[in-house]
Design a protein around this ligand. Structure first.
Ligand code: SF4
Ligand code: SF4
Length: 346
C-alpha cells in the first residue's frame, strides 16, 4: 500500500498509536539513540543515523534468560523469563539497519528459534526512513547489495518529500499501523511518486564510498586464512571492540549465572553481548586460546562477514552502515581492508 502523509499530521498519527510503545531517534550530546518517546510532537526524523541500530531493542545488550532457586522442600526450581509481549514500533530506521534485521533473523531463526529474540521481533513494527541525506560519510550500502531506499526488513518505508512523506507498507503489521489513522493518509499522486523516484536516484549518488567488485572477495578470502596480510592490517588494533559492538549485524553473546544468595540458592542466568575482538572471547578453560592475537581476531571478523556468512546464508554479513569505519579509534577501515583483499596477490 502506498499513501501520502503530510508532515504536519505525523504527530497525530503517533497519537493514534497509543496502544504501542514508540521508539524514535533522540539526540544526546551530538549522538542519536533510539529511545522510548512520550511526546509524539518531539520526534525529529531529520537525523543521520543512531549510534546503535534497533538491534539494541530486539537483542538487548543485557537480558535475564531465567531465574533459579533451590530449597530443601522444593529442590531446584528454574523459571524462564521471557520478555513481555508489548506491541512496539520503531520510527526512523535507516534501510541499512532494516536490512541488518533480516541478517540477525537468520542467526536467531533457522533450526533453533531463539524465543527471547523472536518475542520482541514479532511484536515490533519497523518503520524505515529512506536516506535523503547520507547517514554517514563512510556508508557503502550500494557495495553490499543494499541501497538508501531498500525495503528489506521493514514493515513500512517513509520517504521524505519535503512537506510530506510517501509511506509504503510491505507487511500486515505495517498496514495495521496506517489503518489506525486512516483518515490522515491519502493516495499518492503521479507527482508524489515521481518526486520519490528522483530522491532515490539522488540519494544513491550521495553514497561516495564503495568497494569495487565485492563478489570477488568471498572466494579470495578462502585462500587467505594463513596469509601474513592479517598481521599487517591488524597492527594498530587496540582490541576495544567498538567495531563489533556498534555493528547492526554482529550478534555474539555470552551467558553467566549471577548468584544473589548461596543459601538458599538464588540467582539469574544473564545473556550479554560478547565481542570477537576481545582476547578472552575464545579463551578455553585450559588456558589455550585459538585466536590469541590481533591478526587472528581481525581475520575472524572479516571472514565471518564476507566468507562464512556468505557460504551459509548467501548474504554478506554487512550492510555498509559505516559505523565500524567512522568509530574505530585507530582508523581500521573495513572498506580499505576489503579492497586490499580483493587485490591481494594480483
Ligand atoms: S574498533 Fe578498531 S581498534 Fe577497536 S577492536 Fe575494532 S578494529 Fe580494533
Ligand atoms: S561491518 Fe561495519 S559497515 Fe558493515 S554492517 Fe557492521 S558496522 Fe556496518
Amino acid at each position: 500500500m502506498e499513501k501520502i502523509l503530510l508532515k504536519q499530521s505525523f504527530p497525530q498519527w503517533l497519537k493514534n498509536l497509543s496502544s504501542y510503545t514508540i521508539y524514535a531517534p533522540v539526540e544526546k550530546d551530538d549522538l542519536w539513540e533510539y529511545e522510548v518517546i512520550d511526546k509524539p510532537e518531539s520526534i525529529d526524523l531529520d537525523y543521520p543515523n543512531a549510534v546503535l541500530s534497533p538491534k539494541k531493542i530486539i537483542f538487548p545488550q543485557t537480558e535475564v534468560l531465567l531465574e533459579f532457586s533451590s530449597s530443601n522442600e522444593e529442590g531446584l526450581q528454574v523459571k524462564e523469563v521471557l520478555p513481555e509481549e508489548t506491541s512496539s514500533v520503531i520510527f526512523g530506521v535507516r534501510p541499512c539497519d532494516g536490512k541488518a534485521l533480516t541478517l540477525t533473523d537468520k542467526v536467531f531463526g533457522g533450526d533453533f528459534e531463539d524465543p527471547y529474540y523472536w518475542s520482541r521481533r514479532d511484536s515490533i513494527t519497523v518503520v524505515g526512513l529512506s536516506c535523503n541525506i547520507p547517514p554517514s560519510p563512510d556508508c557503502f550500502c550500494l557495495s553490499v547489495d543494499g541501497s538508501p531506499h531498500s525495503k528489506e526488513g521493514l514493515d513500512i518505508l517513509m520517504t521524505d518529500l519535503g512537506d510530506r512523506y510517501l509511506t509504503e507498507t510491505f507487511t500486515e503489521k505495517g498496514d495495521k499501523l496506517i489503518n489506525l489513522a486512516k483518515n490522515l493518509f491519502k493516495p499518492p499522486t503521479a507527482k508524489d511518486k515521481k518526486d520519490a523516484q528522483k530522491i532515490n536516484v539522488e540519494s544513491e549518488k550521495r553514497i561516495k564510498r564503495q568497494i569495487k567488485e565485492t563478489k570477488k572477495i568471498p572466494p579470495k578470502l578462502k585462500g587467505m586464512f594463513d596469509s601474513p596480510f592479517w598481521d599487517e592490517e591488524s597492527l594498530s588494533c587496540i582490541r576495544c571492540g567498538i567495531c563489533t559492538y556498534l555493528c547492526p549485524t554482529c550478534h555474539c553473546f555470552d551467558m553467566n549465572d549471577e548468584v544473589s544468595s548461596s543459601s538458599p540458592l538464588e540467582g539469574k542466568r544473564i545473556r550479554t553481548w560478547d565481542n570477537c575482538q576481545f582476547p578472552d572471547f575464545t579463551m578455553h578453560s585450559s588456558g589455550h586460546n585459538p585466536r590469541p592475537d590481533r591478526a587472528s581476531r581481525l581475520r575472524q571478523r572479516i571472514l565471518h562477514k564476507f566468507q562464512y556468512f556468505v557460504e551459509k546464508h548467501k548474504n554478506y554479513q554487512c550492510t555498509g552502515c559505516g559505523r565500524c569505519v567512522s568509530k574505530c579509534p585507530v582508523g581500521i577501515d573495513i572498506i580499505e581492508v576489503l579492497d586490499k583483499v580483493r587485490d591481494y596477490g594480483s
